[in-house]
Structures are given as structure tokens and as C-alpha cells.
Design a binder for this molecule. Sequence first.
Ligand SMILES: C[S@@+](CC[C@H](N)C(=O)[O-])C[C@H]1O[C@@H](n2cnc3c(N)ncnc32)[C@H](O)[C@@H]1O
Length: 179
Amino acid sequence: MAKPTTGWQAAGRDRFRPVIETMGLSPGDRLLEIGCGNGVSVEMICKACPAANITAIDRSTKMTERAVERNRAHVETGRARILTAPLVGLRLEERFGKIFAVNVNVFWMKPARELEVVRRLLAPRGTLYLFYQPPAGSSVIELQKKLRRNLEAARFSVAGEHEISASAIVTSCTQAKAG
Ligand SMILES: C[S@@+](CC[C@H](N)C(=O)[O-])C[C@H]1O[C@@H](n2cnc3c(N)ncnc32)[C@H](O)[C@@H]1O
């Protein structure tokens, strides 16, 4: 069996399958994606769970334009909302049961302000999912340690850490609850 390689840039859209499977989508789910890039994850979530509703943000206009273009039908029906905005300063009235990010570096770097916003937007008993598909040779354990440290410093509790090897790529998932 081929050894899985890491590195999301070389992978296709299948790299989002472990993301979707890990979150176990249910009808009625309200999701927030931070750093949606060109919106492939939004498209796949809308397909996987037609009764879910997703808001996706990215600070890059170029990315959100692509994401809107890709998901025009879902945006028009209101199932998907795509906003150009940095996480810090994001003001939304609603709360989300599942907030997730894929390959968004800030959470293992200096995320104190970002995690305060996540805390505000997370529904009671909601879960934050941080997914990374690190480049070959980098340590998933070290990455998870940094995430745990940052989350605990922001009064989140880590509810799970695991790795999924699928589609020739390793995906690390850290799940956290607001403490
Ligand atoms: C490495 S890309 C990953 C895109 C997508 N999640 C994927 O896996 O293909 C990170 C994305 O997050 C966005 N981003 C990074 N920090 C952000 C922040 N603080 N608020 C909103 N978007 C952010 C970037 O603009 C970029 O599009």
C-alpha cells in the first residue's frame, strides 16, 4: 500500500472528505467556515448535507469571489453565505454549532483575538474544528501541541486530537469546546 504523503497544495478536492466526515453533518446544522479559500469545502458540504446551512468567510476578496462563483446556486437559495472579512472584527448575530477552519495558520501561531471571536460565535455546546494538512516532513504532533497550548490559553478545552490518512494526504484534526 502506498505511504500517504502530506501537503494540501498538491491534493485535489478529495482532501475535504475527512473534514466533512469528521464533523458528521446533520440536517439543521449551522456551520461557519473560517478561511474558505475558493469555496470547494462549501460546495462539498452543500452536496453532502442539503439541509445544512453554511456561512463562510475569507479575508481575501479574490478567494471569496471564486467561492461565490463556485457556489452561486447555493448562495442564491440562502443555503450558503460567503463574506469577505477577517475573523477579527466579524460581527454576526447568529451562533454556530460547528465552526471550522482548514489550513488556516493563525490558530497555531498567535490566535488570542481570533479565538475570542470564535468563543462569541460558537453556540452553547458547539465545537471548533481545526484541520491541517501539513507538508511532508513536518510534525503533526508538534502542530497539535501548539494548537492545544493556544486553545487552553484562550480557555478552550481540547475535546479530541487525531490524524486521518486518506486520499494520499494526512489530515490533523483538533476539536475544542469553549470552556
Ligand atoms: C492556506 S489557505 C486555505 C484555504 C482553504 N481552507 C483550503 O484548505 O483550501 C488559508 C485561507 O484562509 C484565509 N485566512 C487566513 N487568515 C484569515 C483570517 N484571520 N480571517 C479570514 N480569513 C483568513 C486566507 O485568505 C486564505 O484564503
